[in-house]
Design a protein around this ligand. Structure first.
Ligand SMILES: Cc1ncc(COP(=O)(O)O)c(C=O)c1O
Length: 485
């Protein structure tokens, strides 16, 4: 197994720095993070807000942060806090940049949004309008995709433990593609597809044995992974033989996803090489032609001011080049490439808005500022040490800056949203906005401590549209069964 060096500039050693610089040179108006890592954004005026904020985010003449033409104070007054706001311009811009860049480099390429990052019917409608596909990983996500109006042919079903019911639901809905993860699934597919008029198109998810150094909990392509079948021990080849011999199933190609929040392409490009080697050997052994190839998603986004991941156009160039050269070297036809960005589509558009509550000063230790949300709406910092920046949102703030830790309100010591961020002195009832909160926050939200999941709005051209209601107290007992004893 190959191991790769650091993929995220938050890590201090950066053997790939020169390559990163090359990619980042293409990104306009990038700023450099202060040496401590955490960003200082709170007193910035409009023109000083960095690229971690949605397009057009600025401060109005009252000093309030404005997203999508709507002040954060207005959003909070109308919908309460915590509330998540998606900027429609940024959202569509991300979709278009990935779609246009990849189809320009690889004609016929399909950009399939990974719905696990965030999903709602309104969001699905935007995906449909922007001509993206949707990758789902459960019957629940499939239900939302269909209700949101995604054409079934543009849906693919992933998952390492799909139930029989989920597979059946997907087949009956007429989804475009199922990504096979294991042998149990092949058995279920054989049974469910037997005798059907149209065959089910599948890709086989393989484990390419590529270890990428993003956080362990979001890395998926190393030898010890629950996802896909390993190439190295022959399991993937055995699955190909079985799939090729299964009536009602059409094996169209191979898939691998090496990890998430990637800041360089080394591991993805190497996975493509492994996939193409595997494709060539499956063609000669079993006559299976490579029609489709998916290197998954994983495209990183900036969370902190200094974060500089490759831009979509650069990802497209690198992946297209690897596919073209790799196919040429092995005498393979260029397949339809399928990419699955999740975070890179939903993440940059979303801003989490909280209200400031209690303040606790521990001399010589730290100052805690608690907000009215936390791990129930964003578990990423507790789960895998994800770092965020923040801005005071209802006023510009003065020169009285201090370094504080932003704590959530839930009953876990680990419920910390941001450690050591420099902000103007916060007062009770101030609003705090956290950017890059559009992916894997609400998607992993819970009702811990019987909290209510936040409202979600779309902001665009100075208007706010509700995408999802805030939960009400009644929702907390809606499914309870009261004992009659
Ligand atoms: C198979 C697959 N595709 C796509 C994604 C989306 O990854 P990201 O949101 O990092 O683009 C994931 C994330 O885990 C995944 O497992």
């Amino acid at each position: 197994m190959r191991r790769y060096a650091v993929t995220n500039p938050r890590c201090r050693t950066l053997p790939l720095a020169s390559k990163l610089d090359d990619y980042c040179a293409r990104m306009p108006d990038m700023e450099t993070a202060p040496p401590g890592g955490q960003a200082e954004v709170s007193t910035r005026r409009a023109e000083q807000l960095s690229h971690v904020w949605p397009t057009g985010t600025h401060r109005n003449n009252r000093g309030e942060l404005v997203i999508g033409g709507v002040s954060v104070a207005e959003i909070a007054a109308e919908h309460g806090t915590p509330v998540y706001a998606y900027d429609e311009v940024t959202l569509r811009e991300s979709m278009r940049r990935y779609r246009d860049a990849f189809t320009r480099e690889l004609p016929g390429c399909r950009v399939v949004y990974a719905g696990k990052a965030f999903l709602s019917t309104r969001f699905v409608r935007v995906l449909v309008e922007e001509d993206l596909g949707l990758d789902v990983v459960s019957g629940g996500e499939l239900f939302v995709a269909l209700r949101g109006g995604m054409p079934p042919s543009r849906i693919s079903l992933h998952g390492n433990n799909k139930s029989r019911d989920e597979i059946q639901m997907a087949i009956e809905a007429g989804i475009g593609k199922l990504i096979v993860d294991n042998f149990d699934e092949i058995e279920m597919l054989a049974e469910l597809c037997a005798g059907r008029e149209t065959s089910m198109t599948v890709l086989l998810r393989v484990n390419p044995g590529v270890d990428v150094h993003t956080h362990k909990k979001i890395s998926t392509g190393m030898a010890d992974s629950k996802f896909g079948l390993p190439i190295v021990d022959g399991q993937a080849a055995r699955a190909v033989a079985q799939l090729a011999a299964t009536p009602g199933v059409h094996l169209a190609g191979y898939h691998a996803h090496v990890g998430s929040q990637l800041f360089d392409a080394e591991a993805s490009l190497d996975a493509i090489g492994e996939l193409l080697d595997f494709s060539a050997s499956m063609r000669s052994e079993y006559g299976v032609e490579l029609e489709q190839l998916s290197p998954g998603g994983g495209f990183g986004i900036p969370y902190l001011d200094g974060d500089k991941p490759p831009v979509p156009e650069r990802w497209a160039e690198m992946i297209a080049n690897a596919v073209r050269v790799g196919c040429n070297d092995r005498g393979l036809p260029i397949p339809v490439v399928v990419i699955e960005p999740g975070r890179a589509i939903a993440g940059p558009a979303g801003v989490a808005i909280y209200r400031v509550g209690s303040r606790k000063e521990l001399p010589g230790v730290r100052t805690y500022i608690s907000v009215d949300g936390g791990m129930a709406d964003n578990i990423r910092p507790s789960l895998y040490d994800a770092a965020y920046t923040a801005a005071l949102a209802n006023r510009a703030g003065g020169e009285d800056r201090e370094t504080v830790t932003i704590a959530g309100k839930y009953c876990e010591s680990g419920d910390i949203l941001i450690e050591n961020v420099s902000l103007p002195r916060l007062q009770r009832d101030d609003l705090l906005a956290i950017p890059a909160a559009g992916a894997y926050c609400l998607a992993m939200a819970s009702n811990y401590n019987m909290s209510l999941r936040p409202a979600v709005v779309m902001v665009s051209n100075g208007e706010t549209h509700l995408m999802r209601h805030r939960e009400r107290l009644d929702d907390l007992i809606r499914l309870d069964v009261l004992s009659s004893i």
